[in-house]
Write a protein that binds this ligand. Structure first.
Ligand code: GUN
Ligand code: ZN
Length: 436
C-alpha cells in the first residue's frame, strides 16, 4: 500500500543556478507551502491553498511551526572511515595522511569495525540533514560492502567506492592493479544500480597510484555504464610538486588523470584549489565537477578555492565536508565556511548560491538533478525540516531578518546540526531530533 504524507511549511528550494538566471529567478520560496509525498516521491509542491483542495483521502497534515522545509543536503566529498579521527591536530595534507589517516584506515580490514563506523557515519549525516553523499571507503573491499549494506537499509541515495592505492602508503593499505580491478568489479556487480546506490571508481590521488593502476580505473569506467570517478586533485602545494616529480611526462596534475581517460560527466575531483585556466577549461569541456571543501581547506591550510574562477569557466561545483580533514558534518556550517573563504578573496558568496551548491548544484555535479536536489514534483522525497528556534541566539536573531535570503544567511553562519529538526528519506522520517 502506498503511503501518502503531507507537510504544511514554508518551502524553499533552488530551481536554477543563480549565476545563470540571477538570484531572484533561481529559487522558489512559498511562505505557506504544502508538500505531499506519495511513497518515495514528491507528488505536490506548491501553495497550501492549492494543495489542500486536493488532499488524498482526508490525509492528515503535519504542520511545521517556526521552521522551514528544504531539500535534503548533498555532500559531494566525504570519507566515512575518517569519522573518528576528525579534529586531529597540527599537520598539513601529506603529514596528516601519514600521521593520522593511514593508521586509522588500517582498522577497516575488520568488517565489524567498519560496520560500526558506517552506521555512526550515516547517523551523523542524517543528524545534519545530509541525504546523499559521495563517499570514500578504504582500500579494503569489505569497507564498501558494509557501507552499502548500511545505506541500503535506510534507502539512502549514496555513492561509494573502494580506494585504489598501490604505492606510497603503508604496506597493509596497498592493493595491486590486479586486485584493484577484481575487487572493484565484484563490488560494482553487487551494488552499482541496486535501489539508490551507485559505485565510484576511487583512486585515492595520483601519488598513491601507479600508471598501471590508473589505467585499471580507466578500464573499469569504460566497461560499466554510469560509474563515477572520485579522487583528489591539486589540494596542497607540496602534493602538486610531488605529482610533477612522479609524472614528469604529464603537462600538469589534471593531465595525469586525463591521460588515463578519467575525466567524464561523472568525475568528481575534490579540492582543485591550485589549477590553471587551462585545467578549468578541461574540466568544463569534459563535464567533470569539483567538490569545494572549504572547512577542510582551512583546517589543513591547503588554500582558498577560487570559486568564482571555476564558475566563470563553467565547471560544475558541489560542496563537500571532506570529514575527517573537514571539521563538521554540517553542510550549513560548510556554507558558512564557503562564505568566509570568498570573503578572504574579496568576493561575497550570496546565501542563495551557497544553498544552491549544497542542494541542486551538488545534484548537478553528481548528474542526479532529475532525482534529487530540489522539491520538484516527481523528485525523490528526500527533505529536511529546519527549526528557527533551535538555539537561544537564533530565536533572537532570526525574527530580525527581513527576507528569506537573510534568514538563509543567518542559518548558514549560525546553524549546524542543532537546526535540523527532522530528516525525511524516500518519504519516511528517519531522523527526528526531539525523539531520542
Ligand atoms: N588526498 C589524498 N587522500 C586524502 C584524504 O584522505 N583527505 C584529503 N583531504 N586529501 C587527500
Ligand atoms: Zn578527501
Amino acid at each position: 500500500m502506498t503511503t501518502y504524507r503531507a507537510w504544511r511549511a514554508p518551502l524553499l528550494h533552488c530551481i536554477a543556478d543563480p549565476d545563470h538566471v540571477g538570484i531572484e529567478q533561481s529559487y522558489q520560496y512559498i511562505e505557506d507551502g504544502l508538500l505531499i509525498t506519495c511513497g518515495d516521491r514528491i507528488q505536490f509542491c506548491g501553495k497550501a491553498e492549492d494543495g489542500l483542495k486536493n488532499l488524498p483521502n482526508n490525509l492528515s497534515v503535519t504542520q511545521v511551526e517556526n521552521g522551514l522545509l528544504i531539500p535534503g543536503l548533498i555532500d559531494t566529498h566525504v570519507h566515512y572511515p575518517q569519522t573518528d579521527m576528525i579534529a586531529s591536530y597540527g599537520e598539513q595534507l601529506l603529514d596528516w595522511l601519514e600521521r593520522y589517516t593511514f593508521p586509522e584506515e588500517t582498522q577497516f580490514a575488520d568488517a565489524n569495525h567498519a560496520g560500526d563506523v558506517a552506521e555512526r557515519f550515516l547517523n551523523e549525516l542524517l543528524r545534519n540533514g545530509t541525504t546523499t553523499a559521495l563517499v570514500f571507503g578504504t582500500v579494503h573491499k569489505t569497507s564498501v560492502e558494509v557501507f552499502f549494506d548500511a545505506a541500503a537499509k535506510r534507502r539512502l541515495r549514496m555513492i561509494c567506492g573502494k580506494v585504489l592505492m598501490d604505492r606510497n602508503a603503508p604496506d597493509t593499505l596497498l592493493d595491486t592493479p590486479e586486485s584493484a580491478y577484481s575487487d572493484s568489479k565484484a563490488l560494482i556487480e553487487r551494488w552499482h544500480g541496486q535501489d539508490r546506490l551507485h559505485y565510484a571508481v576511487t583512486p585515492r590521488f595520483a601519488p598513491t597510484s601507479t600508471d598501471e593502476q590508473l589505467a585499471v580505473a580507466g578500464r573499469l569506467l569504460a566497461e560499466y555504464e554510469g560509474l563515477y570517478l572520485h579522487t583528489h586533485l591539486a589540494e596542497n602545494h607540496k602534493e602538486c610538486e610531488w605529482v610533477q616529480s612522479l609524472f614528469p611526462e604529464s603537462q600538469d596534475y589534471l593531465d595525469v588523470y586525463d591521460r588515463h581517460h578519467l575525466l567524464s560527466e561523472r568525475s568528481v575531483f575534490a579540492h582543485g584549489i591550485h589549477l590553471s585556466d587551462d585545467a578549468h577549461q578541461r574540466l568544463h569541456h569534459s563535464g567533470s565537477a569539483i567538490a569545494f571543501c572549504p572547512s577542510s581547506n582551512l583546517f589543513l591550510g591547503s588554500g582558498l578555492f577560487p570559486l568564482s574562477s571555476a564558475c566563470q569557466h563553467g565547471v560544475n561545483v558541489g560542496l563537500g565536508t571532506d570529514v575527517g580533514a573537514g571539521t563538521s558534518f554540517s553542510l550549513l556550517s560548510t556554507m558558512g565556511d564557503a562564505y568566509k573563504t570568498q570573503q578572504l578573496q574579496g568576493q561575497s558568496l550570496h546565501p542563495m548560491k551557497a544553498f544552491y551548491l549544497a542542494t541542486l548544484g551538488g545534484a548537478k555535479a553528481l548528474r542526479l538533478e532529475d532525482k534529487i536536489g530540489n522539491l520538484a514534483i516527481g523528485s525523490e522525497a528526500d527533505f529536511v525540516i529546519l527549526d528557527y528556534q533551535a538555539t537561544p541566539l537564533l530565536k533572537q536573531r532570526l525574527p530580525r531578518c527581513q527576507s528569506i535570503e537573510e534568514i538563509l544567511f543567518t542559518l548558514m553562519i549560525l546553524g549546524d546540526d542543532r537546526v535540523i529538526k527532522a530528516t525525511i528519506v524516500a518519504g519516511e522520517p528517519i531522523y527526528q531530533r526531539d525523539k531520542i
